[in-house]
Design a protein around this ligand. Structure first.
Ligand SMILES: [Zn+2]
Length: 194
């Protein structure tokens, strides 16, 4: 959602772009406003997955209000547990194709030909916020503002938290998430492009 806003080159988009490039978090009021508009769209009616939100207690509280207004039940928070050093290593190993958007990882999912896309042969790029320095900065911000979100969901009625060991293969992580949610199957729909 944030990247989509950047692509519109609106004032808000340019502001977000600068924050992301510096590894900083986007202010609550902007994220909340974008989220509220998105969850009211028709394709969210049967449920949705939000990645990387809520990151603050204020956002968690705001999300509860939005969900109540839109008639959704209390959310389930999936917390992916991974040691810091593994996270930093993964981020700096991430490369993407500028044409088809396929994401590769030089450690866990390397392309067949070094630094070239399997699908179209394009030279792969790194996102400007995928560096070790910005990864450490993001981890620090995460510990200060996001850890308290886990406590928020211990308040009765606010939702539930499930912890998943995400230091496993993607398939094993997927199975752990599915088991923790007690659902048989997921249908994933790629985000729409505007
Ligand atoms: Zn490609």
């Amino acid at each position: 959602m944030l990247r989509r806003e950047c692509e519109t080159h609106s004032d808000t988009g340019r502001y977000i772009d600068g924050l992301l490039a510096a590894g900083k978090l986007v202010p609550d009021e902007i994220v909340n406003r974008l989220l509220e508009a998105r969850l009211a769209e028709a394709d969210c009616r049967d449920g949705f997955l939000i990645d990387g939100y809520p990151r603050t207690v204020e956002q968690a509280s705001h999300l509860s209000n939005i969900l109540e207004q839109l008639g959704f039940q209390a959310p389930t928070l999936i917390h992916m547990d991974v040691p810091d050093e593994i996270l930093v290593g993964r981020l700096s190993a991430r490369w993407g194709c500028p044409v088809c958007g396929t994401i590769y990882n030089t450690i866990t999912k390397p392309p067949k030909r070094k630094f070239h896309c399997d699908h179209d042969g394009m030279k792969l790029c790194q996102r400007k916020d995928d560096t070790v320095a910005t990864a450490l900065c993001r981890l620090d911000a995460y510990k200060r503002v996001t850890d308290p979100v886990l406590n928020f969901y211990e308040i009765p009625g606010s939702g539930k938290v499930v912890h998943v060991d995400a230091n496993q293969s993607p398939d094993a992580v997927f199975d752990s998430i599915r088991q923790s949610l007690e659902v048989e199957s997921f249908s994933f729909v790629r985000p729409r492009k505007r």
